[in-house]
Design a protein around this ligand. Sequence first.
Ligand code: BGC
Length: 341
Amino acid sequence: MRNRKRSYNFISVILVFLMVSIWFYFDQEQQTKSIQIGVSLYLENDTFVEKILSAMEQEALNYEEETGVNVILNVSVANGSQRTQNEQVKRYVEMGYDAICVNLVDRTNAAAIVDLGVFEGEDVPIVFFNREPVAEDIMRRDMVYYVGSDAKQSAVLQGQAVVECYQNYPKLMDKNGDGVLQYVMLEGEMGHQDAIMRSDYSLQTIVNMGVPLHKLASETADWNRKRASDLMEQWIESYGDDIELVLCNNDDMALGALDILSKTSIKAAVFGIDATDVGIQALDEGALWATVDCNSKEQGQAVLRIAADLAMKGSLSDKLELTQQRYVRVPLIKKISTSLG
Ligand code: BGC
């Protein structure tokens, strides 16, 4: 009788032990099946950056479906302050986030963020996107990557689109028939790699392809639709119908120019870059002559994949095509309106 009781006790102990082990095992499993990714954006309401972010959110869901890993994205906005952004990154690191994605405020100043991402001797993965740090900052340590588009290529494609339209509609574009296109240019934020390259190379491409240009005015409108429409209003007052071509470093500024042009009887050919939803709508309506699709979807997908893979495995999947070991540059496509003429 006593022996029987003893063996019951023994079995109970074993059962409790097994249950605790199973609970512990599943709890551990649960813990590794969830990763936290911090995102810091340079500004709120940037149409193109918002599009990249939506693609990241969608890709987080895809990743979860494919791998069973729950990806938690926490997004903060730096409101144009590098100091605020550094604090946000520091907080993510201290809270034990598994990876951090940064849309830099000041692209010349990424070293501090790269260094902040080393916690208790461990490299926290950092993926910069859209606003490209200088190469030395990316190479400062392991686990630092950049995703973006090739700024020069976007400019060349814009230039080619202008020339193609000129060949197809010479009279519509060259209104005074002098064989030269009188242009104004709305430039992006000063110091931004895309603004610098797009301003230079779109002009160079047009001229090299044999279409002479004459500059009426050019100025930065900081990627911003309202600022672009204010500048365009001034230029219309100064140059009126002489404006034949409006070259814009992004779609939002092209839309700003169109906001004003549509209130006048002046016809000018307006070109953007990005292929945002509003940009594509204007293209379909024939208001925007052409844009360059900078593939926000693939950009967002790549940012999320790099962050999640590094967080989960410490290495990247073979599917990702890297250039110079640390860069993903997405393919771009020029899009010309089919509603012109
Ligand atoms: C886009 C702009 C955007 C900027 C923000 C550029 O690549 O073309 O639309 O405002 O990035 O950094």
